[in-house]
Write a protein that binds this ligand. Sequence first.
Ligand code: PGA
Length: 252
Amino acid sequence: MRKKIVAGNWKMNMNLQDGIALAKELNEKLQNNTPNCEVVICTPFIHLASVAQVIDQSVVGLGAENCADKESGAYTGEVSAAMVKSTGAQYVILGHSERRGYYGETPAILKEKVLLALKNGLKVIFCIGESLEEREANKQNEVVKMELEGSVFNLSEEEFKNIIIAYEPIWAIGTGKTATSDQAEEIQAYIRSIIANKYGKAVADDTSILYGGSCKASNAAELFAKPDIDGGLIGGASLKAADFLGIVDAWK
Ligand code: PGA
């Protein structure tokens, strides 16, 4: 059975001390109040090694927000999948629309990143989703299909089992404008159907597909009640323990 997951994406927020404090607080509260889903926090690279020391990863999983498309070597400023793994992190977000849009990450680059992440034993939270113009032109299905085909449908069935999909419509990220639960369900059911066409129904049924984009405590329960929404990838509302735990509680 596929996992229910609530994952935080801290983005470029919080200094080291604030990040450690938030991770500690989440770990303590979740230890005392066992959630009905897996909880993961994805932090800036700089936080990973320290956060790994203050959390129990059977309570709160840890991930990075990116990794390099190269194994090692003269790539100033880059952080490899092996380095991420060596901090104790178990996950990495790849393909976030902010990486695609602001840093020119193409499907071909993302394909390399995914392969290196998997080779180093990381689970990948792979983000896909359409822009407002694409949604208005009713091209959302085409877009998510191309994003999957471009970067993860080359994987073997065994490899694909380590992929978590996050559907994040770009027009809903950080805008306060959430997709309706029906809109999200419609496309997430479509995403599951194309995974089934590629890898078979059993694999598709076991793949966690998260929704991301202005997900918060007040709308999470309605979103998570949909059959093809297996949790959320949370940006803004992952930066305060009470907000984030309010979303985790939506699974109760
Ligand atoms: P948001 O971000 O929750 O702030 O909209 C989600 C994301 O970008 O992963």
